[in-house]
Design a protein around this ligand. Structure first.
Ligand SMILES: [Fe+2]
Length: 392
């Protein structure tokens, strides 16, 4: 049954992977729904003007109005800017840090309307628009997805679920007795990942654009941008302007799961602590959060709780950990059957109207590098068959 579902899904992706609405759909409901955010101002380093974007906005409206009314969204991969890219099979790969502007149109579709592939504006870094040559616009979108892949694997997935879980797990093992109700953690999966997936000669080293030199730089940068609010789903979705977006199925599901987990945790905390005073006097719990802060998120700008004063604070924090290790992990892990690129073997397009089949072909090289292409990469085969049939 799962095979027929997969064939269905791959067929759907094959039919729609070039569509702008599907690109936006993936930002909301694909394997990395953590990056898209509503914006009311344009980034200063994105060199677009109102007149450039005017053709892609509703008749009678303006960029200013669309920004003010919350229909403009942004993907910003700044965290990838300048990080060292991997060498795969002796060949240098490349990482870009695109900016992508999206618009929520009158058909309630989120569609990309401008893509700048690098952070610093300039003549060698043009802004790609939906009105460009089909092949140029397609390649710009493919590049954004390639950058998204790196951020998904290492930031949204590894950092936001496995590393957060490990941080709290180590503090638990160090600070809480075995009988404590929070003692339900394990490091096993992370230990395995570090000796295989993330080790020398592992998948990242051999096949990913973000290799072993990329890992510490990217994880360090992404950690520096992580706030407590971004880990707490209701706050995160509100801050990113996704909380009232019906097109975001991730939002709808995540809020329901968060609420259910939160109710469970609140009732569980009530079993052990009847008043807020109990929390303040619980030295084990206070040592636990101090340990997490000391060895994990050490700077106040992250707004992580430095101590627990109320049962509500404990409940929210514990809900955040459970959500990160369970629901969020499921959202970013089991949804990886979407189109993606593990690495890119060409540099960016510096001048428009230069795209050829040879520019796009290397993005599928990962398929031939793996002895047994896995589910994750099936859609790349679809890319390949589509690209071969294009007559540019
Ligand atoms: Fe995992």
């Amino acid at each position: 049954r799962w095979k027929s579902s997969l064939i269905c899904l791959t067929g759907f992706v094959q039919a729609h992977w070039k569509d702008d609405w599907y690109f936006g759909h993936q930002c909301l409901n694909g394997c990395n729904p953590l990056l898209l955010r509503q914006t009311h101002i344009l980034p200063s380093n994105l060199s677009v003007t109102a007149s450039m974007l005017h053709p892609f906005l509703p008749e009678g409206s303006s960029l200013q109005r669309e920004l003010q009314e919350g229909r403009i969204y942004l993907l910003d991969y700044e965290v990838l800017d300048g990080v060292p890219a991997n060498v795969v099979n002796g060949k240098q790969t490349y990482l870009l840090a695109p900016l992508c502007l999206l618009h929520l149109n009158q058909q309630s579709q989120l569609v990309p309307i401008a893509i700048q592939l690098q952070q610093n504006p300039g003549p060698q870094n043009p802004v790609f628009l939906p009105s460009d040559l089909t092949s140029d616009w397609l390649l710009a979108k493919v590049w954004v997805r390639a950058s998204d892949f790196q951020c998904h694997q290492l930031v949204s997935y590894y950092l936001r679920t496995h590393v957060i879980g490990e941080l709290c797990c180590v503090a638990t093992l160090r600070q809480l007795p075995d009988l404590h109700p929070l003692h339900q953690t394990s490091l096993q999966i992370n230990l395995q990942a570090r000796t295989s997936l993330l080790a020398a000669d592992g998948v990242f080293d051999k096949a990913m654009g973000s290799g072993l030199k990329t890992l510490p730089v990217l994880l360090s940068r992404a950690s520096a941008k992580t706030t407590y609010r971004s880990l707490c789903i209701p706050d995160d979705l509100k801050d990113r302007g996704l909380d009232n977006l019906p097109q975001s199925y991730y939002t709808q599901d995540a809020l329901k799961v968060w609420d259910a987990l939160h109710s469970f945790v609140v009732s569980w905390v009530n079993v052990y602590d009847s008043r807020d005073d109990d929390i303040q006097l619980d030295s084990e719990l206070q040592h636990w959060i101090t340990d997490i802060n000391t060895h994990g998120f050490t700077q106040l700008r992250f707004c992580f709780p430095q101590s627990f004063n109320t049962k509500a604070e404990v409940s929210k924090f514990v809900t955040m950990i459970i959500f990160s290790c369970s629901a969020l992990h499921s959202a970013v892990n089991f949804s990886q059957v979407s189109q993606t690129q593990a690495h890119y073997r060409t540099t960016t397009i510096e001048i428009k109207i230069t795209t050829t089949y040879q520019h796009v072909c290397p993005c599928v090289s990962i398929v031939t590098m793996l002895k047994t292409p896995q589910i994750l990469f099936l859609c790349l085969c679809m890319y390949f068959s589509e690209l071969c049939s294009l007559s540019w």
